[in-house]
Design a protein around this ligand. Sequence first.
Ligand code: SME
Length: 164
Amino acid sequence: MSGQDGNVDIYEQVMERIEAALASAADRNESLQGVVDALQEGLEHYGWTGIYLVEGDDLVLAAWNGPEATEHVRIPIGQGVCGAAARSGRTEVVDDVSADPRYLVCFPSTRSEIVVPIKDGERVLGEIDIDSDHSAAFTVRDRRFLEDVAGRLSELLVTLPPSD
Ligand code: SME
């Protein structure tokens, strides 16, 4: 078993890997890539992991790791589950994507999704988006963990300038 409630050590290990990746990254892009790599490779129930950043009225995909690229590299704020989380500034957990009319399909195998805003105060800077091939894959532990990761990313984004 890995990545489910009851096995908290795996989350601590992934957080350590994130800290190490951030400490060794040369710039913002490498930092964001290190975070998505640690999440995607460290937690078995994460099927695709991306970080979107706010650019004007859109979310733009800045880093991802998973079996396939997504066509949704730019999502208007307000559209999809991603756009809803960016507009409200609140985490979205969708246990069954087929039952959520907001859901924008990326991968036919996806069953559930979590989107966690990255915020500086009330301002949304971006978000972490994770898809799973399992229904209701994301627990309260995932939510708390990813909100901690988002807090770490917020510090990074306000201190590190965009990469060229
Ligand atoms: N499913 C998302 C779109 C992004 S893909 O999951 C990578 C949504 O509904 O906003």
